[in-house]
Write a protein that binds this ligand. Structure first.
Ligand SMILES: [Fe+2]
Ligand SMILES: [Fe+2]
Length: 178
């Protein structure tokens, strides 16, 4: 027996012609768009706080093992920037506005901005922040489920990289000596 196609082609075509000004957001979009945009703006704030913290740590890293650790901080900062860009772009696709306002950024962010007094503290604070991002992004992914697969797949990619970051930081801690 043929598996029935979810929506017949005629209906799909008619629906696509309606509300074309909404761009990527079609009638079949199942998620609560306003909530998704709010959640994505919190993720954006989280990424921005992480960029700032890694940049601070990159410039402040000193000591014998600082060279390689600093390079790792810089690489993480660049990757968080990439995440922020992806998230902002998705918010616009969903007909929302990315919130880049410095005001309230720490309140919107899930991760904290902690400077740390020395190399080990810096690595530890970065690790804590990554673990916060990992937990909160996992929740976002569960929330999205099958209602917005594009946003979910994007967040899955970002989550995988935060897990890599956390893993890098653990190795760095071992290398620098706890
Ligand atoms: Fe990130
Ligand atoms: Fe990260």
């Amino acid at each position: 027996m043929n598996k029935p196609f979810l929506t017949d082609i005629k209906t799909l075509r008619e629906r696509a012609r309606k509300h074309i000004e909404q761009g990527a957001v079609t009638e079949g979009y199942k998620a609560d768009r306003v909530t998704v945009i709010k959640i994505l703006n919190e993720a954006l704030a989280t990424e921005i706080v992480c960029i700032l913290r890694y940049k601070r740590h990159y410039f402040m890293a000193t000591g014998i093992s600082a060279q390689s650790v600093a390079q790792e901080f810089l690489q993480h900062a660049t990757e968080e920037q990439g995440h922020a860009d992806l998230i902002a772009q998705r918010i616009v696709q969903l007909d929302g506005e990315p919130n880049f306002s410095p005001e309230g950024i720490l309140t919107r962010s899930h991760a904290e901005y902690i400077e740390g007094d020395n190399l080990i503290d810096m690595i530890k604070e970065d690790l804590v922040a990554e673990r916060i991002a990992i937990d909160s992004y996992r929740e976002v992914i569960n929330f999205l489920g099958n209602d917005d697969p594009t946003t979910r797949v994007m967040m899955e990619g970002i989550l995988a990289m935060e897990e890599e970051h956390a893993d890098d930081l653990v190795s760095m801690l071992e290398q620098v000596g706890r």
